[in-house]
Write a protein that binds this ligand. Sequence first.
Ligand SMILES: [Ca+2]
Length: 66
Amino acid sequence: MKILMGTAAAVALLLSIDTGVYAQSDMDCKDFSSWREAQEFYERSGPGDPHDLDRDRDGVACESLR
Ligand SMILES: [Ca+2]
């Protein structure tokens, strides 16, 4: 039972970390470890660039990370 509880706690922790990242209201370029990651997030976030990752509006997010 103890092991089961530990597993449940670990899963809950992983889930909270996972949803925590995507629930963040605003992501900045410094929150990504690579340009590719930032670019994919930018593309997934849809039109309008809600996180303001592409300030010069050329379709390329976070030039500073390239
Ligand atoms: Ca840009």
